[in-house]
Design a protein around this ligand. Structure first.
Ligand code: ADP
Ligand code: ARG
Length: 341
């Protein structure tokens, strides 16, 4: 765990007495890592100030995890000159495409630290802005507490709604007062979605059936342009968009495809191959879930030190390589079957 590697007794003594304006301390920063020995990082930020106050611990952890020197983070949502055609027009491999970014509001504590009154105020402020979105982005907000259990489960199964946070985030405090003042906003076609009060104050999501990565990207760009004009997002010139978990810093963007790779994924080096292509692998229902029927969630591994345009470009290239490898693995299996048979 990166926490154990970087928190020396001297550093602990130096940071132990510090508290941010929202009451975040070293003890709170590291409590999830101490509770879960299988953490990779083991730390969470309670607010923007956490990243400055606890930088002697957090920056080395972020540097090691991202491989980036924290020399500066810029944003670029242009797709000029890049291919925008569908990656898999016949739908042989790719079931759906999703791009999400995490955002927090500069004035508020992040979900691990926010108090009940501020959580309600933040929700009201965000819902106000969402309710004025124009055109295809327009939609409705559904407070989590208003959904029946059956409806909630259905929305989770359809990849539209979040669940209560995992044990790592739970130890960081994210589930306090659950499910109050959390909710789901979605456009009429459910292709534009905002999660309010999950791991970050906002998860802004664009979904597309099949392999329409450009369509998903351009919808997200348009939505962020609208939201950015009305909400003051927490941001830093070196760390980019500030998120509760340091793994999301930078662009805070995870662009993914649900892709069917039954032959390739059977090979023992599948995850290593994906890693070499700059891709992370999750299961059918996201983080900590299992693949089903050879279907995996494949997304960009790096969010910091790259632009949104880089993520688009690299995901396209990586997924194209995976589709070619899957076709090869399938052909090799067919040859083997015909030799055996
Ligand atoms: P996040 O992406 O927000 O960090 P998760 O990995 O838990 O968190 O994924 C959240 C939800 O998004 C899950 O239901 C997951 O299956 C769904 N999801 C991820 N990628 C895709 C995709 N390409 N198409 C459809 N649903 C997706
Ligand atoms: N605290 C977890 C760890 O250190 C976070 C892993 C990233 N996942 C997330 N949902 N932020 O391993």
């Amino acid at each position: 765990m990166l926490l154990h590697k970087h928190l020396t007794p001297e550093l602990k003594a130096r940071l132990d007495t510090l508290t941010t304006r929202h009451g975040w301390t070293l003890r709170k920063t590291i409590q999830s890592g101490l509770a879960h020995e299988d953490s990779q990082m083991g730390v969470y930020a309670g607010d923007s100030e956490s990243y400055a106050l606890f930088s002697p611990l957090l920056h080395p952890i972020i540097r090691e995890h991202s491989g980036h020197d924290l020399s500066g983070q810029s944003s670029d949502f242009s797709l000029d000159g890049l291919p925008q055609d569908d990656l898999d027009p016949t739908g042989e491999f790719i079931l759906s495409t999703r791009i999400r970014v995490g955002r927090n509001l500069a004035r508020y504590a992040f979900p691990p630290a926010i108090g009940a009154r501020d959580r309600a105020a933040l929700e009201a402020e965000v819902v106000q802005v969402l309710s004025r979105l124009p055109g295809a982005l327009a939609g409705e907000y559904h407070p989590l507490a208003s959904l029946s259990e059956a409806r909630r489960e259905e929305l989770v199964r359809r990849h539209i709604l979040f669940q209560q946070a995992d044990r790592f985030l739970d130890s960081a405090g994210v589930n306090r007062d659950w499910p109050r003042n959390r909710g789901l906003f979605h456009s009429a076609d459910k292709r534009f979605i905002v999660w309010v009060g999950e791991e970050d104050a906002l998860r802004i999501i664009s979904m597309q059936p099949g392999s329409g990565l450009a369509a998903a990207f351009l919808r997200l760009k348009e939505a962020l342009g609208q939201l950015d004009a009305h909400l003051d997002f927490a941001r830093d010139s070196r760390l980019g968009f500030l998120t509760a978990c340091p793994t999301n810093l930078g662009t805070a963007m995870r662009a993914s495809v649900l892709i069917r790779l039954p032959y390739l994924s059977r090979r023992p080096d599948f995850h290593a191959r994906c890693a070499r292509l700059g891709l992370s692998v999750r299961g059918l229902h996201g983080e900590h879930s299992e693949p089903h029927d050879g279907i995996h969630d494949v997304s960009n591994a790096v969010r910091l030190g790259v632009t949104e345009r880089d993520i688009y470009q690299r995901l396209r290239a990586g997924v194209q390589a995976l589709m070619a490898l899957e076709a090869d693995a399938r052909a090799a299996a067919a040859r083997q079957r015909s030799r055996a048979g």
